[in-house]
Design a protein around this ligand. Structure first.
Ligand SMILES: [Zn+2]
Length: 337
């Protein structure tokens, strides 16, 4: 073969190899402003709230709050994140707890930070946040409603959810209603590729959820164990990591030392690549006279210096805040092999 052609072929195949490698680091994300492809170099906060209204599904109304007042109160906290290069802000406030897609879009436009909202329903606290119609529907009917939100947008806004947020009371076996929500999430995942983030708490309620996923041929890789920091038996983290699920240690707005211990354990046991961290902080509460906001910066101001003194490298920290969230929230069906 002509030397020049040979050389060209080598360069072309190298370029192709690099392109393929890059492709595996590109993830498709749905924000409140549209879909985009992200690599693993953007910084994420994977569980934070701008607004939560705890009044209950039977009483919640969109005019419980004034959008302008919420923006005036919360925008400075979002603006603070620019100093830390935060690009993605995942807001898991569920429907019937103050999920407000248009308000989130406004926050996104004013701050320049990409915000991600959700579909799904919150079953914890004995169904306080579930509307009546949920009792009448089967899992597949709920899944159909959530799939519609993803294909057509939420309630006529055209704004699409970027993941499925559910929640369960911490029991094993699960309450029937909670099991139905998990099954609906599994069905929705297979149709849409949206990741399932489930407010779970201690590991006890994780196992029955993974079982329902398995019955529906959904891989644990599509599942985020939310509020994992509530677990005190660290071996449960190792067991969970072995299934392939994501472990979200997301109470950093409220507690630091236990999270730090859990992160050190994750690094030591080689599953840092499956851990997400966030503050679960915020938020504007329409039921409060005086707002009492917890900001979203403790990770940057306190946790990262502490992690460094525990021997965490820049690469480890990037894994937690950049690589893992892109992989966890990247939209693609993850079927059980
Ligand atoms: Zn939360």
């Amino acid at each position: 073969m002509n030397q020049r052609i040979k050389c060209f072929l080598i360069i072309a195949s190298l370029a192709l190899a690099i392109a393929c490698k890059e492709k595996t680091n590109e993830f498709f994300i749905q924000t409140v402003e549209g879909s985009l492809s992200v690599d693993t170099s953007s910084l994420w906060l994977s569980h934070e709230h701008l607004l939560v209204d705890f009044i209950g599904a039977d009483s919640i109304r969109a005019d419980d709050w004034d959008d302008k007042e919420v923006i005036h109160t919360m925008l400075p906290y979002l603006e603070e994140l620019k100093a830390y290069d935060v690009s993605f802000f995942v807001d898991p406030t569920p429907n019937y707890l103050g999920r407000a897609p248009e308000l989130l879009k406004e926050f996104s436009q004013q701050s320049g930070i990409h915000i991600i909202t959700n579909t799904g329903l919150y079953g914890a606290v004995n169904n306080k946040y579930l509307p009546e119609y949920v009792y009448e529907l089967e899992a597949k009917d709920l899944a159909e409603m959530w799939e519609d939100e993803y294909s057509d947008g939420i309630g006529g806004t055209g704004i699409k959810p970027g993941f499925i947020k559910i929640s369960v009371d911490n029991s094993d076996p699960l309450e029937d209603m909670d099991a139905k929500l998990v099954e609906a999430a599994a069905i929705t995942h297979l149709k849409t590729g949206l990741t399932i983030a489930s407010h779970t708490g201690a590991a006890k309620a994780l196992w029955p959820q993974l079982e329902i996923l398995a019955q529906n041929k959904v891989s644990p890789k599509a599942f985020i164990w939310v509020h994992g920091q509530a677990e005190s038996d660290f071996e449960q983290f190792l067991r969970a990591a072995q299934t392939g699920c994501w472990i979200s240690l997301d109470g950093l707005g409220w507690e630091l030392e236990k999270h730090l211990e859990q992160l050190v354990y994750a690094k030591k046991n080689g599953f840092l690549g499956q851990v997400l961290i966030s503050h679960d902080a915020g938020w504007f509460d329409p039921q409060k006279e005086q707002q009492d906001i917890v900001g979203y910066t403790r990770i940057f101001e306190e946790l990262i210096p502490r992690l460094k003194s525990e021997g965490f490298t820049t690469q480890d920290i990037d894994m937690l805040l950049k690589v893992n969230p892109a992989k966890a929230f990247g939209i693609r069906a993850r079927e059980l092999e």
